[in-house]
Design a protein around this ligand. Structure first.
Ligand code: HEC
Ligand code: HEC
Length: 91
């Protein structure tokens, strides 16, 4: 921001619009980006019991199978896996 070159009457309006546009863009990004692309929790027998129970409770079971020693290890380079169901939405 260089005050010397900016028209004093236009600047506040411009800044407000820029703020709304940038803020809106960030919100749209945060709400859309993860759930559009990430695989959903499968709707099969293995995973059906996790549809009803609380998310935090369900996530305790995920690593029984989705770990290096489990039947279905996480792919290499998997993102930080703290909250499974935050990214792998239930459907
Ligand atoms: C009893 C073992 C087991 C448990 C517990 C389990 N899974 Fe799975 N999961 C599997 C197996 C096996 C597959 C691969 C075959 C399939 O798609 O069902 C799989 C596949 C997946 C997939 C990917 C499906 C695809 O399209 O490749 C996701 C995502 C997933 N599981 C998430 C979870 C989450 C989140 C939890 C915890 C709430 C969980 N799983 C608990 C066995 C398990
Ligand atoms: C920060 C978001 C995030 C979290 C948290 C997360 N994952 Fe993932 N997971 C991904 C992404 C991104 C991929 C890559 C494939 C895709 O786009 O679905 C992936 C892939 C997988 C796959 C392979 C599915 C496939 O389509 O190849 C499994 C299984 C899986 N995750 C299970 C889990 C489990 C179990 C947890 C919790 C211990 C977990 N994930 C937590 C984002 C996440």
């Amino acid at each position: 921001m260089t005050p010397t070159t900016t028209n004093k009457r236009i600047r506040p309006l411009f800044l407000n619009i820029a703020f709304i546009v940038i803020g809106g863009a960030i919100l749209v990004f945060l709400f859309n980006a993860p759930k559009e692309t990430t695989t959903k929790l499968p709707k099969d027998l293995t995973h059906s019991r996790f549809q009803e129970m609380g998310k935090k409770e369900a996530e305790k079971f995920c690593t029984e199978c989705h770990s290096p020693k489990g039947v279905s290890p996480l792919p290499e380079g998997h993102p930080p896996k703290y909250r499974c169901l935050f990214c792998h939405k239930r459907q």
